[in-house]
Design a protein around this ligand. Structure first.
Ligand SMILES: [Zn+2]
Length: 191
């Protein structure tokens, strides 16, 4: 009994320390909305789960352009993901510089220009996007190899009309990815 009570007390102490820590982080991030989507720790707290949003217009534009490229020569569209302070993602389309089919390549100069514009308007470049004309929205080996670590990768499967957002990470054997939640704008309420 003595040991059981002691353990209960330890659990209570730990729980209250954890709760306090969570409250402190919430308090701090309340004034800085962008922090909440930068740090993974906030994703684990239930009430303030920040989620990337792809506005409906951006999603439609992606579908239109990716479908057109697929129909012309099974090409891929690509560009840069720009995040605003509310975690909304903007798609900044750039020229696909790759000469190989089924690949995409973004020039460093193009990327630098977008990054500068984004900074001037208080936004941030958080990764890249591209389409898969005939394959599922799963990062290929070259997608992972060419992406910068810890950046986001958005892939659009043209046939399945599926969007996947993931973060590129390092693992023991090389690179891997983890899925990142993304949603579209809230559906309109019926009239
Ligand atoms: Zn790919």
């Amino acid at each position: 009994m003595g040991i059981a009570r002691k353990r209960q007390k330890q659990h209570r102490t730990l729980r209250s320390a954890f709760t306090q820590a969570v409250q402190t982080v919430r308090r701090l991030t309340m004034n800085f909305p962008s922090i909440s989507c930068t740090f993974g720790i906030m994703r684990r707290t239930k009430k303030s789960v920040p989620q990337y949003v792809l506005p409906r217009g951006e999603r439609m534009k992606l579908h239109r352009r990716a479908l057109r490229a697929q129909r012309i020569d099974q090409g891929e569209v690509c560009g840069v993901l720009v995040r605003d302070s509310k975690c909304r993602l903007g798609l900044h389309f750039l020229q696909n510089r790759s000469t190989e089919p089924g690949r995409f390549e973004i020039s460093g100069l193009d990327l630098a220009a977008v990054r500068k514009d984004a900074q001037l308007s208080g936004n941030e470049v958080v990764g890249t996007f591209h389409s898969h004309p005939i394959s599922p929205a799963v990062p290929s080996r070259s997608d992972l190899r060419d992406a910068r670590l810890n950046t986001l990768l958005l892939i659009y499967d043209v046939c399945g009309r599926e969007i996947r957002l993931c973060r590129v990470k390092r693992n023991r054997t090389g690179r891997t990815y983890e899925d990142v939640p993304i949603s579209s704008d809230k559906p309109r309420l019926p009239a």
